[in-house]
Write a protein that binds this ligand. Structure first.
Ligand SMILES: [Zn+2]
Ligand SMILES: [Zn+2]
Length: 138
């Protein structure tokens, strides 16, 4: 049997059906007035289109430093060796390990700024996927 308050929000209070319909209508109206566009190329349809997502400058994790995540530090890192760290006052990096998913290009900066400063939370899924793919399984 379906009730007028089928869904439950995070606070365990039932969400009235009229409110769900109102939110869906508002979302449809917003999509009509301001259609979703790719944050990089502005193609209609998604916040990050497949072409732009594939073209991001991902870091080859086989070449990256396993300690600090620098893109070319697998054999000898220029970012986290003792000589580089001497000026910072550390003998070792102040963390156990770090991984970077992509170079900080203008496209990546735009994604981060749009998510962080522009409030476009739909980019979180693409960003999380890129980070999850960069993290070693162990
Ligand atoms: Zn695009
Ligand atoms: Zn390093």
């Amino acid at each position: 049997m379906e009730t007028a308050m089928a869904k439950v929000d995070a606070g365990e209070r039932p969400v009235p059906r009229w409110r769900r319909y109102a939110l869906a209508a508002a979302e449809c109206l917003a999509e009509t007035v301001w259609p979703t566009r790719c944050v990089i190329c502005e193609r209609l349809g998604s916040v990050l289109c497949e072409r732009c997502r594939r073209a991001l400058p991902y870091i080859d994790q086989w070449m990256a430093c396993p300690r600090c995540g620098a893109p070319y530090g697998m054999r000898q890192c220029t970012e986290c060796n003792r000589l580089s760290l001497r000026d910072t006052g550390f003998d070792d990096p102040p963390f156990d390990a770090c991984v970077s998913a992509a170079f900080f290009s203008s496209a990546v900066a735009r994604i981060v700024r749009t998510h962080k400063d522009g409030g476009e939370r739909r980019l979180a899924r693409d960003m999380a996927y890129a980070m999850a793919c960069a993290i070693p399984p162990d």
